[in-house]
Write a protein that binds this ligand. Structure first.
Ligand SMILES: Cc1cc2nc3c(=O)[nH]c(=O)nc-3n(C[C@H](O)[C@H](O)[C@H](O)COP(=O)(O)O)c2cc1C
Length: 168
């Protein structure tokens, strides 16, 4: 079923459940080229009196370059049943394979030509407002540190204004 535009103010995702059990695809790019990767971490809320979505991207991800070079990004929340897409997009890099083709994803375009996928349960289209690297010197609880070192570089947090939503 195709996704259709929705008013994000009336979306009621159970964010703590969704981002604890389901996965999402973070996608950035344009009509010529784009990339997607699985994310497990995402925050939704209000900041600077603006509805926002924040995602976290390690610098070694191929997606990072797309997040840097494009004004928009999308978060496509996958159904729980679609483990295969989450697995492929979370373990393979767009540097090596075309994940969108490999997973048979149906590409759609939102505001700013931002790419998202019809296979999602729901989607947010976001326009970047703010980006900042997470910083070891700001850590207050050692559980945070377990995610770094051998596991990879410090994430860059991207906060975007939610400008569109799509649902089934
Ligand atoms: C369940 C799951 C959640 C993930 N969440 C994130 C995340 O929030 N941020 C991140 O930088 N990488 C995350 N990753 C890792 C990337 O999805 C993975 O490294 C991917 O292959 C990067 O693809 P790319 O090189 O095409 O960008 C996650 C992987 C999995 C399997």
């Amino acid at each position: 079923m195709k996704l259709h535009p929705a008013d994000f103010k009336t979306l009621t995702p159970e964010v703590f459940r969704v981002f604890g059990t389901q996965n999402a695809l973070l996608t950035a790019g344009d009509r010529d080229v784009c990339n997607t990767m699985t994310i497990g971490w995402c925050q939704l809320g209000r900041l600077w009196s603006i509805p926002v979505c924040t995602v976290y991207v390690r610098p070694e991800r191929y997606t990072y370059a797309f997040m840097e070079s494009h004004d928009y990004f999308t978060v496509s929340v996958l159904p729980l049943s679609d483990r295969q897409t989450a697995q492929v997009c979370g373990t393979k890099s767009g540097r090596d394979i075309d994940k969108i083709k490999e997973c048979g994803l149906t590409l759609r375009r939102g505001a700013g030509d931002a790419p998202f996928f019809d296979e999602a349960e729901w989607v947010l289209v976001c326009r970047k407002l703010y980006a900042q690297d997470l910083d070891e010197s700001c850590v207050l609880d050692e559980r945070v540190l377990h995610h770094y070192g051998a596991k990879g570089g410090w994430h860059r947090a991207y906060t975007g204004e939610v400008v569109e939503a799509y649902t089934k």
